[in-house]
Design a protein around this ligand. Structure first.
Ligand SMILES: Cc1ncc(COP(=O)(O)O)c(C=O)c1O
Length: 389
């Protein structure tokens, strides 16, 4: 039985976690156990996660941003290297490239797909390009096959930013299986498909990358006798690279294990909500879902509509305020990263981002989370139809 807290009765945010008594019990069990961190729950969560998505290895980390940063480091990407990515994402995607000292190179999105345009990637490749980070925006998988082809041709790595796409599938395999990439990264922030408070995961099929990630997540230290240069006794450990403390706690991992068991139900409910929205907006030329009828493979982290603000004679800010007054929370995903002051000042951004900017002008994310019942969806639909006419 999910715990529907009282705020939801008066306000529907754009996203929210679903917590039930099993989740609470899982966390409480860890709190009264011997390990709050570096205990058995991490391995259990990693095993369950890799089995769920169909990858050989999984490494739990402190958040999705750390997952991206460590992936880049484990693939040997650093100063002087360029990494191709999308401007239509959360800042974490390109910030992670800056953290390792590399340069993000942005490529515009496909206008009707909202992810990086594979047709434009090759023109952005230089002798310094080392990797591509596509983002499965809102839970719509990008054309991974095409991206993999380009990567193979130019000897590039592919890191899938799958923070929006747990539970989504591409060509019959779940996102995270890494069938078309070197690794895939996830976030367990409460608005995502499963929640651990903060938390992240990297999946990969490479044992070499897996070993590197384990070290990088904990100060570059290993105790593995196969990796030590000497082994004088049981106390001995070696720092072999410069790593971080990006560990997840056992408290978070226990919540992750409990949440993961309900992933199918969460994604099913998200798809049902999307169907209800699609139906309600079908035929409207003022409020258009960004993509209709893709319910079987998209995992709907977000439900974004495009609103013709000019034609309704209201600004997006007006609409958001009026929806808020009716108890409906909305958000904008995303302001093009290339237009952020920091990026304008510090990153030499070249290129044409017309598609991303056109999309941004009309985008609005509506409430989308499994705890919403059909009545909640109706409230959102009625409110937006009344305000945007
Ligand atoms: C596409 C994308 N990548 C990366 C992240 C970073 O994840 P986290 O907030 O767990 O660090 C997010 C989080 O919102 C995201 O949406």
């Amino acid at each position: 039985m999910s715990i529907k807290n009282s705020t939801l009765k008066t306000f529907l945010p754009y996203g929210k976690q679903t917590i039930d008594q099993d989740d609470v019990d899982a966390v409480v069990n860890v709190l009264t156990s011997d390990y709050l961190t570096q205990g058995p729950m991490i391995g259990q969560f990693e095993d369950a996660f890799k089995e769920t998505v169909g990858a050989k290895f999984a490494v739990a980390v402190s958040n999705g941003t750390a997952a991206l940063q460590l992936s880049l480091l484990a693939l040997g990407i650093g100063p002087g290297d360029e990494v191709i990515t999308t401007p239509n994402s959360f800042l974490a995607t390109s910030n992670s490239i800056l953290y390792v000292g590399a340069t993000p190179v942005f490529v515009d999105i496909e206008l009707d797909q909202f992810g990086i345009d594979p047709e434009k990637i090759e023109a952005a490749i230089t002798t310094n390009t080392k990797a591509i980070i596509p983002v499965h925006f809102a839970g719509f998988p990008v054309n991974l096959e095409k991206i993999q082809q380009i990567a193979k041709k130019h000897n590039l790595k592919v890191i899938e930013d799958s923070c929006h796409a747990l539970g989504a599938s591409y060509r019959k395999s779940l996102i995270g299986s890494c069938n078309y990439s070197d690794c895939s990264t996830f976030s367990f922030h409460p608005v995502k498909h499963i929640a651990t408070g903060e938390g992240g995961m990297i999946t990969t099929n490479s044992s070499d990358m897996y070993q590197k990630l384990l070290m990088l997540r904990t100060h570059g230290v290993t105790k593995d006798s196969n990796q030590l240069t000497q082994n004088p006794g049981p106390w001995y450990y070696e720092m072999q690279t410069l790593g971080f403390n990006y560990r997840m706690t056992d408290i978070q991992a226990a919540l992750g294990c409990s949440q993961l068991k309900k992933l199918d139900g969460f994604v099913t409910r998200r798809r049902e909500i999307a169907k209800q929205y699609d139906l309600a907006f079908s035929g409207s030329d003022l409020i258009k879902p960004i993509k209709e009828q893709v319910h079987h493979w998209c995992s709907y982290h977000l439900y974004v509509v495009q609103i013709d603000f000019e034609r309704i004679g209201k600004t997006r800010s007006d609409v958001m305020h009026q929806l808020k007054e009716k108890g409906v929370g909305t958000q904008v995903h995303y302001i093009p990263i290339v237009d952020q002051p920091y990026y304008i000042d510090h990153v030499k951004v070249n290129g044409n981002f017309d598609h991303c900017r056109t999309y941004y002008k009309q985008a609005l994310s509506l409430p989308m989370f499994p705890l919403m019942d059909d009545g909640d969806v109706e409230i959102v639909v009625n409110a937006i139809k009344e305000i945007c006419k």
